[in-house]
Write a protein that binds this ligand. Structure first.
Ligand code: VTB
Length: 318
């Protein structure tokens, strides 16, 4: 079977997060999350529509009635080319951007039609680790301490050498306590768990595991990244009320308690592309200098196994 998403094609797709990052970065520090998000959405949508694809948004800004742009089900692209499922997070870290804090990203994941789980906009319980461990070494349904001990044993180190990334939220209090009780180092982040998950694959970050609940759409995007670079991910939707149940039904999810492994979230071929909005652990942010705008993007392609970083300088468009 021939590859749909070649490396050249993935490079072309990078135009979408690059455009979103540039637009959002103009509003970094403006204090207005919605404005920054809207700027990223508009720019990403325009860039996607200029690409030679028959794309369909499977993870987007919401349902058609609540999000006029990049809503779930929206057709994007110039209409010629491969049929692709597209998951977008035009601004991952609206609060980070509004406060000009580190680690905001513009993100897309693509796969041939049917390749990405249509995750509803609910929370998801997540656990992730990097590549090189036996399958199932950590388990979403095991306790935090148990997972730390299992990972330390597999890595051949003491638990004090295990770094775990967790979103800093009151709901994670008992997880954080259990992790610290087991001797792990807890890296608390204020936002941005896609980067949190990807950091498990980068030893220099000191993060070995990601644990806790965050957005389900972000879970699929992060899983797409791990699909490309290796690693393990397990997730389960958190459905708290009727509205969320309805959202899951609308997304075609029947088994609300299902535990998703990486391959359930992202089947077959996939590409993950992120561009830095503000400086971060994964990417440099957008920078303006001498009439040019500089961007830094990460392009991961599961079909080819290629990992690229793209630094682009373009004249500033006014
Ligand atoms: C999560 C996380 C995201 O926002 O959705 C979080 O997955 C929102 O969580 O990466 P709370 O509702 O607990 O604030 C991000 O951190 C950024 O979009």
């Amino acid at each position: 079977m021939s590859i749909v998403i070649t490396d050249d094609f993935a490079l072309a797709l990078a135009r979408a997060p690059i455009a979103a990052a540039i637009a959002a970065a103009r509003l970094a520090g403006c204090g207005d999350e919605r404005a920054a998000d809207q700027a990223a959405v508009d720019a990403m949508r325009a860039a996607l529509n200029a690409l030679p694809i028959k794309g369909r948004v499977v993870i987007g800004e919401g349902e058609r009635d609540e999000a006029p742009m990049l809503f779930v089900g929206e057709e994007v692209g110039a209409g010629k080319g491969p049929a692709l499922d597209i998951a977008v997070d035009p601004l991952e870290g609206t609060t980070l951007t509004a406060k000009a804090k580190a680690n905001a990203l513009a993100v897309i994941a693509v796969a041939p039609k049917g390749g990405l789980l249509h995750a509803p906009d609910t929370y998801m319980d997540k656990i992730a680790i990097g590549a090189g461990y036996p399958a199932g070494i950590v388990d979403l349904d095991a306790g935090a301490a148990e997972n730390v001990k299992a990972l330390a044993k597999a890595k051949g180190v003491g638990t004090e050498e295990i770094g775990v990334c967790v979103l800093d939220r009151p709901r994670h209090g008992s997880i954080i306590e259990a992790l610290r009780g087991a001797g792990a180092r807890v890296h608390l982040i204020s936002d941005g768990d896609i980067a949190g998950v990807i950091n498990c694959t980068k030893p220099e970050t000191g993060i070995d595991m990601y644990l806790g609940s965050g957005g389900a759409p972000e879970g699929v995007l992060a899983a797409a990244a791990l699909k490309c670079v290796g690693g393990q991910f397990q997730g389960r939707l958190i459905i708290r009320n009727e509205e969320e149940r309805a959202r899951a039904a609308q997304a075609g999810i029947e088994d609300l308690k299902r535990r998703y492994d990486l391959d359930d979230l992202v089947t077959g071929e996939a590409a993950f592309i992120a561009t830095g909005v503000t400086n971060g652990s994964l990417l440099d942010g957008v920078r303006y200098a001498n009439g040019a705008v500089h961007t830094h993007s990460l392009i991961l392609n599961a079909a080819t196994g290629t990992v690229s970083q793209l630094r682009m300088r373009q004249p500033v468009q006014n």
